[in-house]
Design a protein around this ligand. Structure first.
Ligand SMILES: Cc1ncc(COP(=O)(O)O)c(C=O)c1O
Length: 373
């Protein structure tokens, strides 16, 4: 079979999502399972969005609007840009695919940091082979090091992914270093700001959302998603903002009807649900602070986070700890697949979910400690 396969595909280390609840239920026959593994918003979606989804159900025998026109128009207005600055995808991962397919020519490279979202590497490998992907080191605070990234730029570099705040570390880059970086990057390269967690940052005044850069027609592409703060991970909607020339080219590779009717309607409705968004930010902030100090009280190193998740270091075999947590009904995320084999990432959930996680973690850590004596 392998001889039939595109050799680039054989180089891919597949993306490993958090374990599905259904799988765990089957394996261990558990009564209660809490999944905090994929950085979803655990608050139920607003009534307005639920109603929009219900209404659209009567139309699902018809293809959706391939152009995503109304959603793009609303997103343009929402972000103070024009219709031709916006493209919508089935999740922002679809747009990551489109970007690399569209802009990476033979011999060119994609550049990002180590310890970040694995999709940049997976998609680059699929399209151009593993050697087309270049990683710069992070700094000691587990933050993107823009100096180190700049040092790796060479004539072959084509696309640079900056994840801000970063997944899985939760760390963020201040505004001035990003502005300086964008100024330094030669104009024949594309800087992609992956802002999937932008709504969670503490201080929007110290954050580059990329909109000014797009208005100035720089080679900057901003990626946003409805999967996190808007609570629509299951519907797969993301978008990119960029100058019209970039969007027009991306439209050439966009699959027709790429975003479902229900997803378009739900995304539109969720842009009208500011209360839900504000409540999600408020809840995340409060619950994250509590979870942070609870993890610290268990003697664990935790990384300060500007997102809806926390990276922590259990100082023991992560695979064993993970298995024990799974048996207790807790699904969180070992970060080996992100280049951090000694870490685990937990999503900030509802208070009751976080309490369940902490109680089980405490229990499992005590058992492991007892066994070691
Ligand atoms: C940094 C980052 N970018 C993009 C995505 C993909 O989001 P979407 O659900 O829009 O495909 C994720 C998802 O976890 C992410 O962490």
């Amino acid at each position: 079979m392998e001889s039939l396969v595109n050799p680039h595909v054989l180089q891919i280390t597949p993306y490993k999502p958090g374990k599905p609840v259904e799988d765990l239920q089957r394996e261990f026959n558990l009564k209660k399972i809490v999944k905090l593994a994929s950085n979803e918003n655990m608050l139920p979606i607003p009534e307005l969005v639920r109603k929009a989804i219900d209404e659209e159900l009567s139309q699902v025998h018809l293809y959706p609007d391939s152009d995503n026109h109304y959603l793009r128009q609303r997103l343009a207005e929402y972000n103070g840009l024009q219709l031709d600055n916006v493209i919508v995808g089935a999740g922002s991962v679809e747009i990551i695919h489109m970007l690399i397919r569209t802009f990476l020519k033979s011999g060119e490279k994609v550049l990002s940091s180590e310890k970040t979202f694995p999709l940049y590497k997976i998609v680059t490998t699929e399209i151009a082979g593993e050697s087309a992907y270049v990683e710069a080191p992070m700094n000691r605070d587990l933050c993107f090091d823009l100096q180190a990234i700049a040092a790796k730029i060479d004539p072959q570099t084509k696309i640079i992914f900056i994840t801000n705040p970063n997944n899985p570390t939760g760390t963020f880059i201040h505004a001035q270093p990003i502005r300086d970086f964008i100024e330094r990057v030669p104009s024949d390269k594309i800087v992609v700001l992956d802002n999937a967690y932008q709504e969670y940052i503490d201080n929007p005044d110290d954050y580059v959302n990329g909109l000014d850069e797009i208005r100035q027609k720089k080679n900057v592409v901003v990626l946003r998603t409805f999967s996190k703060i808007y609570g629509l991970a299951g519907l797969r909607v993301g978008y990119a903002l960029a100058k019209p020339e970039t969007i027009a080219i991306l439209n050439r590779v966009k699959a027709p009807f790429n975003v479902t009717r229900i997803s378009q309607r739900a995304a539109l409705a969720s842009l009208e649900s500011e209360d839900y968004k504000n409540e999600s930010v408020r809840m995340n902030r409060a619950n994250k602070a509590k979870l942070f100090s609870q993890l610290q009280s268990l003697g664990l190193r935790v990384i300060p986070s500007q997102t809806n998740f926390l990276l922590f270091f259990p100082k023991m075999d992560v695979a064993e700890l993970n298995l024990r947590l799974l048996k207790e009904g807790v699904i969180i995320r070992p970060t080996a697949g992100f280049g951090i084999p000694e870490g685990m990432r937990v999503t900030v959930g509802l208070q009751e979910e976080n309490d369940f996680f902490i109680a089980k973690l405490q229990k499992v850590l005590a058992e492991i400690k007892k066994q070691a004596i």
